[in-house]
Design a protein around this ligand. Structure first.
Ligand code: FPP
Length: 249
């Protein structure tokens, strides 16, 4: 145990010396398989996933990372059994009820992206309350993608732009990549530098389709409930070895 802590601390210090990603996005995958492997209900996997989430948020903050975006519920997740969907809808409230005080204290700003209108009122209420309670903060942004899908986001962006053009606030020939990006749900954020996906799946799964254009991808077979500070640091260490050319040479 002590050895592990020493290694973790060493890696932490090494990572601090390199260039940190400003924005890290995470697909928190593998909760169901983690639980099933242990003979537990899938819901136990989601609950365990919250513990990993807390570890990652704490480590990111310690490092001084500016933004963490977490894929918490996708527009495709509605296809799951009713009981699981209900549970996932209750998780934000449960998490925020316990953690909001400490998130405020840690100067964290909670943001949300996705279609909140499509989720139950009690979920909306918990999320909106957290967003409001932290909007004056100035520290790390903790951005939850909830009822979010990348294609829907792009379609909604096109609608917002079309409306502004139609109503005379924007000229069609003024639409550039930068203008388009500002109309996205992440208009207030830089693009992710690093995407982490646990669970062994090698896909993007409709997450941040526009924003991931030049993001470094990091995959691990570890299931999200087993993900911890050490894996997070390893992902960043690998990121620091990559040469980002953004299409140049
Ligand atoms: C994917 O694993 C995970 C999810 C659909 C939900 C992730 C949510 C959390 C970890 C908690 C979110 C917390 C807050 C505060 C919003 P999976 O169920 O697809 O796993 P599997 O691929 O093994 O079945």
């Amino acid at each position: 145990m002590k050895k592990l802590q020493n290694r973790e601390e060493e890696l932490f210090q090494e990572v601090l010396k390199g260039k940190l990603p400003e924005h890290v996005a995470i697909i928190m995958d593998g909760n169901g398989r983690w639980a099933q492997k242990r003979g537990l209900p899938r819901l136990a996997g989601h609950r365990a996933g919250i513990i990993s989430l807390k570890k990652v948020v704490a480590c990111a903050q310690e490092l001084g990372i500016k933004v963490i975006t977490l894929y918490a519920f996708s527009t495709e997740n509605w296809k799951r059994p009713r009981r699981e969907v209900d549970f996932l809808m209750r998780l934000p409230g449960e998490y925020l009820q316990k953690e909001l005080g400490s998130l405020i204290e840690k100067n964290i700003i909670i943001k949300i992206m996705g279609d909140l209108n499509g989720v139950p009122e009690f979920t909306q209420k918990a999320i909106k309350q957290a967003v409001e309670a932290t909007q004056q903060n100035t520290g790390m942004v903790l951005n939850f993608a909830f009822n979010y899908g990348g294609r829907t986001e792009i379609v909604n962006t096109v609608k917002r732009i079309a409306k502004d053009v139609f109503e005379g606030r924007l000229r069609w020939n003024e639409i550039t990549e930068k203008v388009f990006a500002n109309y996205l749900d992440t208009g207030f954020l830089p693009d992710p530098d690093l995407l982490i996906r646990p669970s062994g799946e090698l896909r993007i799964s409709n997450f941040l389709l526009w924003q991931l254009a030049y993001t470094e991808l990091w995959f691990t077979k570890v299931m999200w409930p087993d993900f911890n500070k050490m894996y997070f640091l390893k992902a960043i260490k690998d990121y620091q070895k990559r040469e980002r050319r953004f299409g140049g040479i």
